[in-house]
Design a protein around this ligand. Structure first.
Ligand SMILES: [Zn+2]
Length: 64
C-alpha cells in the first residue's frame, strides 16, 4: 500500500533537474511527503523537491 503510494507521487513530477534540465528518474530516491533533497547526478547540485499530500490523488498509474 505504502509503496504504491510513493510510486503514485513520482508520476506527478517533472523528470528533470531545475538547474541543468538533466532528466532524472525519481525512482532512485525515497520520496516522501514533505521536503526531499534531490541531488542531480549530472550537475551535482542539490535541490528540494516538495511533495504535497494532495498529489496522491492523481489518476495516472502508468510507469515508465
Ligand atoms: Zn542538474
Amino acid at each position: 500500500m505504502k509503496r504504491a503510494f510513493e510510486e503514485h507521487l513520482v508520476q506527478k513530477f517533472p523528470y528533470s533537474c531545475p538547474y541543468c534540465n538533466h532528466t532524472i528518474s525519481y525512482d532512485q530516491f525515497d520520496l516522501k511527503v514533505g521536503e526531499n533533497e534531490i541531488k542531480c547526478p549530472s550537475c551535482k547540485k542539490i535541490y528540494i523537491k516538495v511533495v504535497a499530500p494532495s498529489f496522491t490523488e492523481g489518476d495516472h498509474r502508468s510507469r515508465r
